[in-house]
Design a protein around this ligand. Structure first.
Ligand code: SAM
Length: 225
């Protein structure tokens, strides 16, 4: 099947570019053992997030949608000694598993998991230092709200990445509709003509299927316009 082809391709490339990683394997195994859904980013995607964070020298990272902390671990690994990552999660159990996985990764001191509706947590955030990178990967119908808050919270030239914006091409299929697809369409409509960001979608097809990241940078003016 196509998914098997895509998975084989990921596996092939990963065999050259990614090392065996007990911490991440344990994080996934622990997440599975607690019954969390297998909807974390792939290893290749996680490493891509880490590379982006490293390449911009990110010291402050915000994540919306923690699950078991798999993408959190990848992102937090890019942080310097005094770097910080805040990750927002609705589900108490997911947050508990994530904290376990982060502790096992030796990242507890750098990462704060905040439990609650991300829209509420975001509204309460007024950080002294703006974030260098925001990764949005939670409930898709709230994408526009998350992206709007991310723009407020990210520094000039900072990066905002939104996961799952292609959805097997369904986002572009006029015959297709569901709440997740509509959440992506609304986001694209909101970004069109928005002078505050410059953005593109890039496919992420692989072992997690046919999907994509929206990658945006904040154009101007910092927190206040
Ligand atoms: N980023 C994670 C990774 O790649 O390892 C995967 C995150 S998973 C796709 C989405 C997460 O968002 C789930 O853990 C879910 O409980 C959480 N979530 C759903 N609705 C939320 C909300 N309103 N506020 C915060 N988190 C929410």
């Amino acid at each position: 099947t196509r998914l098997e082809d895509w998975a084989r391709s990921d596996k092939y490339h990963n065999s050259f570019l990614l090392e065996k990683d007990d911490v991440l394997d344990t994080a996934l195994a622990n997440s599975n053992a607690h019954g969390l859904p297998e909807i974390a980013v792939s290893a290749a995607q996680g490493k891509f997030l880490k590379l982006i964070a490293s390449s911009i020298g990110a010291k402050h990272i915000l994540e919306v949608g923690t699950l078991g902390g798999y993408s959190t671990i990848w992102l937090a690994r890019a942080l310097p000694e005094d770097g910080k990552l805040i990750t927002l999660e609705l589900d108490e159990k997911h947050a508990r598993v994530a904290r376990e996985n982060l502790a096992n990764a030796g990242l507890s001191s750098k990462v704060e998991v905040i439990v609650g509706k991300a829209v509420d947590s975001l509204a309460q955030m007024h950080p002294g230092t703006l974030f260098d990178l925001v990764f949005i990967d939670a409930d898709k119908p709230s994408n526009v709200q998350y992206f709007t808050e991310a723009k407020r919270l990210v520094r000039k030239r900072g990066v905002i990445i939104v996961d799952n914006v292609v959805r097997y091409g369904r986002v572009a299929d006029p015959q297709y509709s569901d709440a997740n697809v509509e959440g992506v369409r609304e986001l694209l409509k909101a970004i069109k003509g928005d002078k505050e960001v410059d953005a593109t979608t890039i496919g992420t097809t692989g072992e997690k299927g046919y999907d994509g990241f929206l990658y945006a940078i904040r154009n101007c003016c910092g927190a206040k316009m």
